[in-house]
Write a new protein. Structure first.
Length: 320
């Protein structure tokens, strides 16, 4: 901001006048600005004035000690208009800022957006209302985007970060509630595509990653995921009648796995669920052979993988 400098002093008779209107013109050769005194005490330190500088910017408002202080309006042609509070030449307090790029209505501190405010991005056609800090979205707020998506939750440095709820593309059935990190879905959360397709579990960079439960129609998969694929140990439950436990690779289960007939398990009085597990062969996610020879079964039951399957199943019970 430029200081208000003038080449000549006020006439002694006008120096302390009130409600006079005086047009001051700088010395010849000094075309930096002109000042029109609107009202108040005529002088450089404390006044209510209209000033126009060489770039065409116009300020209408009060000065204290040659700096914009209090209520005022600043017009910068082809850039922006600000109307609100000033402190020592900076936006401070409540103000309204309008431009071709964005509009902002809210609080400022030392020239930066700070506190409650509403920002409308006219280029990206999105709107945010909530908390600001250091000129950025920080804290709790609501953001609406051009595609109809609505986010309600925490922000950090203009990015979704922390706990939040996201309604995607204006489709209320497409929703996510959980954790965000650097504008991505990351951490624990629940995504709902519709009533028949829901995922609850861990995420990384907006992808299924880690331990979770995926429900799709009448199939429920409990286990580990990576880059949106079933990856690692998992259990798929079909129509709540039977389940297949095994190790998955990009949505496909291969080799020897465990089959549980859930109705048999419910009717059993045996506390050791291992005895209710049946050893099967799988290929491309389907059972290809149910009856294996005893040596093959016993060998698999003594393996660490089989024990992992048992632990996974028990973990599944605990989750429910």
């Amino acid at each position: 901001m430029e200081k208000n400098e003038y080449s000549e002093k006020e006439n002694e008779d006008n120096k302390n006048s009130i409600n006079d209107t005086t047009l001051k013109t700088p010395n010849k050769g000094d075309s930096s600005k002109k000042k029109i005194f609107i009202s108040g005490i005529n002088g450089h330190k404390n006044s209510s004035e209209k000033s126009i500088n060489s770039s065409g910017s116009t300020y209408i408002g009060s000065y204290i000690n040659n700096k914009k202080n209090g209520k005022g309006k600043l017009i910068v042609p082809d850039k922006f208009v600000y109307e609100g509070n000033f402190k020592d030449d900076l936006f401070d307090g409540y103000g309204e800022y309008t431009s071709k790029q964005y509009n902002y209505y809210g609080n400022y501190l030392c020239g930066k957006k700070d506190g409650k405010g509403k920002e409308i991005d006219l280029i990206k056609n999105k709107e945010y209302e909530g908390n600001f800090k250091d000129d950025k979205k920080n804290g709790f707020g609501e953001e609406k985007t051009a595609d109809g998506s609505i986010y309600l939750g925490e922000f950090k440095d203009n990015k979704k970060h922390g706990q939040g709820t996201l309604l995607l593309n204006g489709i209320k059935t497409w929703s996510y509630k959980g954790q965000f990190k650097n504008d991505k879905i990351s951490g624990m959360g629940r995504f709902r595509w519709n009533k028949n397709m829901i995922y609850t579990g861990e995420w990384e960079n907006s992808e299924l990653s880690g331990y979770g439960i995926l429900i799709k129609e009448n199939i429920r998969h409990i286990g580990y995921f990576s880059h949106n694929y079933k990856q690692g140990y998992g259990a798929s439950f079909y129509y709540e009648k039977y389940a297949i436990l095994g190790k998955w690779e990009k949505d496909v289960i291969e080799g020897i796995s465990v089959l549980i007939i859930l109705t048999d398990l419910e009717q059993s009085n045996n506390d050791d669920t291992k005895d209710n597990f049946k050893i099967v062969k799988t290929s491309n996610g389907e059972i290809v052979e149910k009856n294996l020879d005893n040596d093959e079964i016993n060998e698999y039951k003594s393996s660490q993988e089989y024990n992992n399957m048992v632990l996974l199943y028990k973990k599944k019970i605990n989750l429910e």
